[in-house]
Design a protein around this ligand. Structure first.
Ligand code: SAM
Ligand code: SF4
Length: 354
């Protein structure tokens, strides 16, 4: 029997039919990796300008190129029908997209049915306003990006003086009952020294923390090699101070966790360079214009927007997903060893989403 759910916006109450459970083939790529996790970008726009993510004068896409909330929902439905059980909404900054809570609400109705987890990655600037609504929609966990607790450094790094709003957002998320994970990109000469304090603060507030190695995605004003702080180095310096024990904790993402005895919190490491994690990749990423990139670090792409807007969207979407599985590469080819090298891929992280 088919269920029907309303589309995200009450202003456009289209009905979308769910396919029968088990009717479609699961998503398994050429390397036998089962895809169960979709990272769906809802905008390339952002209210910050993090220097490792985008240039100060970033050019954003014309709005007409971006999928409507209804199309985003329809896409998500296509993935769920093929066995995706976890969706992370990302961007750009997802919370700057007007009416984005409508999409969370519509997808949230599927939690406990054919969707196990709905979550988001945010810079936190708008979280104070939306935390309650996200919790009400069924979101249980949020990733908030926070690279420094120093207001001046934050302003220099993000080119916006928004640390107070971010901290307020994190507090509001906690108050709304959302489990917060803090993500910090390790940046040479910027936050390397501060990372122990940032981790201790996060753990003290009850938040897990994950450290990320910077990736050469898109042109930014700075030399990538000058930003790169290898996490094996960071880990060695943390081990000189704390007792780190490997943890079998997993969140479905690429993070490998340790328990920190002294703080009582979990610390994750996302290490695309010092420890390749591609063998366990269970993810596909779709940009706000409906371009599916099977690998964050590759140029392979399938146009889902064309499929969605075609005469036979269901069949064309299914064929496009099969193509994505066929071309998903075995691993990324990021390199961080050549000064002045062109980015591994020309897209900024704000296009593909994290
Ligand atoms: N705006 C939201 C945020 O900042 O959380 C969501 C999108 S942002 C592109 C997702 C994540 O990517 C953030 O944690 C950010 O720090 C990270 N990121 C951006 N550019 C990166 C890069 N070049 N290398 C590694 N991580 C990057
Ligand atoms: Fe915006 Fe996130 Fe990129 Fe920073 S990392 S500029 S918050 S999209």
């Amino acid at each position: 029997m088919n269920d029907a759910v309303s589309a995200p916006s009450p202003r456009q109450p289209d009905l979308i039919l769910l396919p029968e459970a088990g009717a479609a083939r699961p998503l398994v790529d050429a390397f036998q990796r089962r895809i169960t996790y979709l990272r769906l970008s809802v905008t390339d726009r952002c209210d910050l300008r993090c220097s490792y993510c985008m240039p100060e004068r970033m050019t954003f896409l014309p709005k007409k190129e971006v999928l409507s909330l209804e199309e985003l929902y329809e896409l998500a439905t296509g993935f769920i029908a093929r066995g995706v059980t976890k969706i992370r909404i990302t961007g750009g900054e997802p919370l700057v997209r007007r009416d984005i809570i409508d999409l969370f609400t519509a997808l949230g109705r599927r939690l406990g049915h054919d969707l196990q987890e709905l979550t988001l990655t945010t810079n936190g600037t708008q979280l104070a306003e939306h935390a309650e609504a996200l919790a009400k929609a069924g979101v249980k966990r949020v990733n908030v990006s926070l690279d420094t607790l120093d207001r001046e450094k934050f302003a220099a790094l993000t080119r916006r003086d928004s640390l107070p709003q971010v901290l307020e957002g994190i507090a509001a998320a906690k108050a709304a009952g959302l489990k917060v994970k803090l993500n910090a990109v390790a940046l040479k000469g910027v936050n390397g020294e501060e990372l122990p304090d940032l981790i201790a603060w996060g753990h003290g507030e009850g938040h897990d923390v994950t450290l990320i190695e910077v990736m050469p995605l898109g042109d930014v004003e700075e030399e990538r090699l000058d930003q790169y702080l290898p996490l094996d180095e960071v880990r060695r310096s943390l081990e000189a101070r704390w007792t780190l024990t490997e943890s079998d904790h997993r969140t479905g993402g690429p993070s490998a966790y340790v328990d920190v005895a002294e703080t009582g919190g979990k610390l994750g490491f996302i290490t695309p360079h010092t420890n390749n994690f591609c063998a366990g990749c269970n993810r596909l990423r779709v940009t706000a214009t409906g371009q599916l990139y099977p690998c964050l670090g590759g140029g392979e792409r399938v146009d889902l927007r064309a499929a969605l807007r075609s005469e036979a969207p269901e069949a064309n979407l299914a064929a496009a997903l099969d193509e994505a599985l066929r071309i998903k590469p075995e691993k990324h080819h990021f390199r961080m060893d050549a000064r002045g090298a062109a980015p591994a891929v020309p897209r900024h992280m704000s296009m593909t989403g994290g």
